[in-house]
Design a protein around this ligand. Structure first.
Ligand SMILES: NC(=O)c1ccc[n+]([C@@H]2O[C@H](COP(=O)([O-])OP(=O)(O)OC[C@H]3O[C@@H](n4cnc5c(N)ncnc54)[C@H](OP(=O)(O)O)[C@@H]3O)[C@@H](O)[C@H]2O)c1
Length: 209
């Protein structure tokens, strides 16, 4: 499948690495595709195309938004809603603020995923890959036990597409409901992040038993 990874931070790189191993064609976006950072990505991620946001969105059959939340709207604008029309867009965003005891949820009236859906009214936005850290996203190793990836979204076919992708990455998938329930997943991420801060390790994940 042709996949556009919109963002080249820890999540974009981890997902791209997994997608390439699973045989997908990947376009990964950065604002500066001619920079030293972009060159390093080409060296690290054999077979990837490093490009700008509009190019990644245009080539994609499915796109994954993984940009720092403060830059998410700019990134979506640069990608172009018209280039993502009719496509599944996975939103990995978490909205948080630092606090004395870790981080706290900083979403307000609606989830990040619902805001992304408003910016991309003709795409099918699905929340996924936000309740685990980048280092544990691909083939998580918990002694043979598959952790649970929670997905939320309104379009059944798009959700199924994301289910297939997450299963190929080594997850069992739980349908958490419609996109308005993405807020619950964004708050779950706060639990995961604070546990990472306390334990000093990213090696943990949620499992529905
Ligand atoms: N890190 C994790 O373990 C983790 C896990 C789950 C979910 N998340 C969530 O996933 C998202 C991405 O996190 P991350 O840690 O991979 O990376 P990040 O450091 O939060 O974001 C890096 C990306 O954001 C882009 N960016 C920053 N400001 C921008 C702007 N104004 N316009 C366009 N692009 C902008 C950067 O573009 P350039 O390449 O051009 O610099 C880069 O590609 C966040 O919402 C985060 O909360 C993170």
């Amino acid at each position: 499948m042709k996949i556009g990874v919109l963002g080249s931070g820890a999540v974009g790189v981890a997902l791209t690495r997994g997608l390439l191993r699973e045989g997908h064609e990947v376009w990964i976006a950065t604002r500066e595709p001619e920079s030293d950072k972009a060159e390093k990505l080409r060296e690290e991620l054999d077979g990837v195309t490093v490009c700008d946001f509009a190019q990644a969105a245009t080539h994609a059959e499915l796109a994954i938004l993984c940009v720092k939340w403060v830059g998410a709207k700019d990134a979506v604008t640069a990608a172009g809603a018209e280039n993502l029309a009719g496509k599944t867009v996975i939103d990995t965003s978490n909205v948080l603020s630092p606090a004395d005891d870790g981080v706290v949820y900083a979403g307000h009236d609606q989830s990040a995923a619902e805001q992304v859906q408003q910016w991309l009214p003709t795409s099918n936005v699905i929340k996924a890959f936000n309740t685990v850290g980048a280092a544990t996203m691909y083939q998580p190793d918990f002694g043979g036990m598959r952790p649970t990836m929670f997905v939320a979204g309104n379009d059944a076919a798009a959700k199924n597409e994301v289910r297939g992708l997450a299963e190929s990455f080594g997850w069992e998938v739980l349908d958490a409901g419609s996109l308005r329930l993405a807020r619950s997943l964004e708050e779950m991420a706060i639990v995961w992040i604070n546990n990472s801060i306390k334990s000093g390790s990213p090696h943990h994940a949620f499992k529905m038993l």
